[in-house]
Write a protein that binds this ligand. Structure first.
Ligand code: HEM
Length: 499
């Protein structure tokens, strides 16, 4: 018997509207109760945040979430409710508390996007993370990277040569975002597999790089509407199918490269190319399985390419826009006296004071990960920024965007002003979160700083009068800051004239 017949003979059908109305009323009462008297009800924030976070999700897709949340902090203070279960904190001491070791705030479900195999980046498991970080941390120290710096210098030098060639062959401009992306990805390839992806040399993104961009482009949508993406994976729509194919190709490519590297190690560990994993070689094997290594390398490519490339793009753009800053930087760089440009090493530039101020200010103002870093509040709750934030399902975030714009610590915070780092206070240092902080802070921080310093130094030594172009319609609008998890310039390009 059809279901409707059963319902009508049982009299249930005639009562259905009443039942549905009761259910709707119950939901409404529950929502009102939660909004007005729930454990987060006393936290400051706009009325809408008590009912929904849909507006915040839409802001995320539009690349304006960080700016919106910052405007809430300006209005409501350092602790603000941004959704029924979401809080954002811009108090420096509270941010440190959230991110400190053993603070009890674990990465939220936002990070659980990477399938069944966990990486150091994606894991939410404290035990897994500690053991992986203990193993890999030593690979990323300044001392370990020391041995690898010549290959980074060489790749950067090649990038300069290729940029000059491209500018000469074309209309005098180059797209910084393109070149820094090729460079950053080649650096990770070189340091992970002992061979680069060859993109700086070819001047073009490989299929692999295109796939990485494709897979990354879906991140905002996945973050804002994870269920939609989950359903999409089962639908025969080209958009979702293309992304699935990109992901499959990325995995296959990484597997192949890692397998090749491991064969080299097995054949002759001594002669295998130096990589960040060299110190993990014991006898003729590496202390990670092929699969573990593949997943780790993938996370370095995702976490270490666009972050470095975008920060560097904004850095060079900001310096080119201000002749005084550019001239001061060029003056300092010219003071490095080497007989031949080819002899310039990382050591020559690492400790240059003004260069370091420029890098620090670029990371403060344009660090490429300024968005929310969400953490689960421990069950017992916590006092943060003068408020009690309850646990049991609350997610608390900190965002570099707000922490770096505290006008008390960084007067005129929107201004790109490297000199503010000449004598930084402890409070400024404490508020600096471009690389996160605590045990989940960026493991690539020394590598990133090395790349930023080297590329900036070699760029302005090669092109001391570089300036932002207006050719091909390039304008400041291209550099409007869109922030999902990462920062990206609206125009997805940054054209500069080299000479
Ligand atoms: C300017 C460049 C970079 C910026 C601004 C940046 C920023 C960040 C931030 C803010 C975090 C913390 C994320 C969180 O708490 O949710 C992080 C973590 C991480 N970053 Fe970076 N990063 C950069 C470069 C790199 C590079 C070059 C690598 C390459 C190895 C890398 C690998 C990682 C990894 C693996 C983590 C996770 C660490 C963990 O959970 O133990 N990053 N990064």
């Amino acid at each position: 018997m059809a279901l409707l017949d059963v319902l009508s003979t049982s009299g249930f059908g005639s009562q259905l509207p009443t039942i549905l109305t009761c259910v709707a009323v119950l939901f409404l009462v529950r929502a009102v109760f939660q909004a007005q008297t729930g454990p987060l009800a006393s936290l400051p924030g706009p009325e809408i945040s008590k009912w929904t976070d849909l507006h915040v999700r839409l802001m995320l897709i539009l690349g304006k979430r960080a700016q919106y949340v910052h405007s809430l902090h300006q209005k409501y203070g350092p602790v603000v409710r941004v959704g029924p279960n979401d809080v954002d904190v811009s108090d420096h001491a509270a941010a440190r508390e959230i991110h400190r070791a053993k603070g009890g705030f674990l990465k939220s479900s936002f990070y659980a996007t990477g399938g069944r195999i966990q990486s150091m980046f994606s894991t939410r498991d404290r035990g897994f993370h500690s053991s992986r970080r203990r193993l890999l941390g030593p690979c990323f120290t300044e001392t370990s990277l020391e041995n690898l710096q010549p290959v980074v210098v060489e790749l950067t030098r090649t990038a300069m040569r290729k940029m000059r060639d491209e500018a000469k062959a074309g209309n005098g401009t180059v797209d910084l975002l393109k070149w820094w992306t090729l460079l950053a990805m080649d650096v990770i390839g070189q340091l992970s597999f002992g061979e680069s992806f060859g993109m700086v040399e070819s001047g073009k993104k490989s299929q692999f790089a295109e796939d990485v961009s494709n897979a990354g482009a879906i991140l905002p949508l996945r973050t804002a509407f994870p269920t939609l993406i989950w359903i999409g994976a089962y639908l025969p729509l080209p958009f979702f199918q293309n992304i699935a194919q990109s992901r499959q190709r990325i995995v296959a490519y990484n597997q192949e490269r890692v397998a090749r590297y491991m064969q080299l190690v097995q054949k002759d560990a001594q002669k295998s190319r130096a990589t960040i994993f060299t110190s993990l070689i014991k006898g003729n094997a590496i202390e990670l399985t092929e699969l573990e290594l593949t997943v780790e390398v993938q996370s370095y490519i995702t976490a270490g390419t666009d972050t470095t490339a975008v920060t560097l793009t904004y850095l060079i753009w900001a310096v080119c826009r201000d002749q005084k800053i550019r001239d001061e930087l060029v003056r300092e760089l010219k003071s490095v006296d080497v007989a031949d440009e080819e002899q310039l090493t990382y050591k020559h530039v690492r400790d240059l004071p003004y260069l370091n101020c420029v890098v620090e200010e670029a990371l403060r103002r344009y660090g490429a990960a300024p968005g929310a870093l969400p953490r689960d509040v421990p069950d017992e709750g916590a006092f943060l920024g003068g408020h009690f934030v309850p646990g049991g399902g609350t997610v608390v975030s900190t965002q570099g965007y707000s922490l770096h714009r505290d006008p008390e610590l960084f007067p005129d915070p929107e201004r790109f002003n490297p000199s503010r780092w000449e004598n930084p206070t402890k409070e400024m240092r404490d508020a600096f979160m471009a690389f996160g902080t605590g045990p989940r802070g960026c493991i690539g921080v020394h590598l990133a700083r090395m790349e930023l310093r080297l590329a900036t130094a070699l760029f302005f030594r090669s092109f001391p009068s570089a300036r932002v172009s207006t050719k091909d319609g390039m304008s400041d609008t291209d550099m409007d800051e869109l922030i999902t998890f990462l920062l990206v310039p609206r125009g997805h390009r940054c054209l500069v004239e080299l000479e």
